[in-house]
Design a protein around this ligand. Structure first.
Ligand code: PMP
Length: 337
């Protein structure tokens, strides 16, 4: 094994039973018309390595994102693309900075690529704090999710543009951008060719099981990073199913509307627990010193949420799950009163 491999934590999937409001997955069911269309996906090419399916998927997604197919790389989830780009960009001991808090895998991919990961000590995503850490650390790569996971906060395009001028490479991870659709960095990509945007079909598109993510960047960067990708890294069946869903424009609109409405309901529901941070994603962050306590009380009712040191992240879910959340909060309040 590599020296110090024990410092790299294993990713252990969470239990799938009960109401999973802990992974920001879509809770909007695929309409029957799409289920039928997916059943019609041809299995003729199962014995062949996937090529055509990926070309078709790139063409559809380029259309959706408003970029050229040559500006795309497809990965087995945006997770794989984070791993590939870290390997491609970082030399041993190169420094990487991300805001605090942000997606926990950023630090892990940096370690795997033998880089050095730094986050601000101060939580709260203050722009000035992030700039100060970038100034003192001088990283080769900055990784930022926008909207932010776990808070749902948006960094402004001006803030991101400013960061892009300070570092060799900036990744803007737009896993949750479909829920807001405004303010994608795609609109500024031609001005800032050192920026790499990540997208996924795991959230608003409701296709986490397919494992499909996209990298959007200049043709030149795609050409460079593509050398670090394994051959045929994405299943053609996944690509073909994704392509069916991508062609249904109504579905994505319905999914966004559902999640936005459910997020607003959730905001009201969680208010008694603590301060709610304004979110533009499909989850809510509520501040509380008792995050572990709340998480375990919700779990007693079968609802999984994610505890962080200073709060809880709860994905927008169904009314059924919300009834259990409400029950839990009422029980705690009646004991306290
Ligand atoms: N980026 C962010 C900010 C995420 O929250 C997630 C998943 N939770 C991912 C990337 C990875 O998503 P996937 O690999 O399913 O595309």
């Amino acid at each position: 094994m590599r020296r110090n491999y024990q410092n790299i934590p294993r990713y252990v999937p969470h239990a799938a039973s009960g109401y999973a409001l802990n992974q920001n997955e879509s809770q909007y069911p695929l309409p029957e018309r799409l289920e039928r269309a997916i059943r019609d996906v041809s299995l003729e090419a199962l014995s062949r390595y996937p090529v055509e399916e990926l070309l078709a998927l790139k063409a559809s997604y380029a259309d959706y994102a408003g970029v050229e197919p040559t500006q795309l790389m497809v990965g087995s989830g945006s997770d794989e693309l984070l791993a590939i780009l870290s390997q491609a960009i970082l030399d041993t001991e190169d420094r990487v900075v991300a805001p605090a808090p942000d997606f926990s895998m950023y630090g892990i991919y940096t370690q795997i690529a033998r880089g050095h990961f730094t986050q601000p000590d101060e939580l709260g995503l203050r722009y000035e704090t992030l700039i100060e850490v970038i100034r003192t650390t001088d990283p080769k790569l900055v990784l930022i999710s926008n909207p932010n996971n776990p808070t749902g906060k948006m960094w402004t395009l001006d803030e991101l543009s400013d960061i892009a001028t300070r570092v060799p490479y900036l990744v803007v991870d737009e896993a949750y951008i479909d829920f807001t659709m405004k303010d994608s960095f795609v609109s500024r990509l031609s001005e800032y060719p050192n920026v790499i945007i990540l997208r996924t079909l795991s959230k608003a598109f409701g296709l986490a099981n397919l494992r499909i993510g996209f990298m959007i960047a200049s043709e030149e960067i795609i050409e460079q990073i593509d050398r670090f990708r394994s051959p045929f890294n994405v299943s053609g069946l996944s690509a073909a199913v994704a392509n069916v869903v991508l062609r249904d424009e109504t579905y994505i609109q319905e999914s966004i509307q559902f999640h936005t409405a459910q997020r607003e309901k959730l905001t009201e529901l969680l208010r008694p627990i603590g301060e709610i941070l304004p979110s533009r994603a499909n989850f809510i962050y509520v501040k509380t010193d008792d995050s572990e306590g709340w998480a375990s009380r919700f779990l007693d009712k079968g609802v999984h949420v994610r505890a962080f040191p200073d709060g809880l992240r709860v994905s927008a879910g169904t009314d059924e799950a919300y009834a259990l959340i409400q029950q839990t909060i009422e029980e705690v309040n009646s004991v306290e009163n």
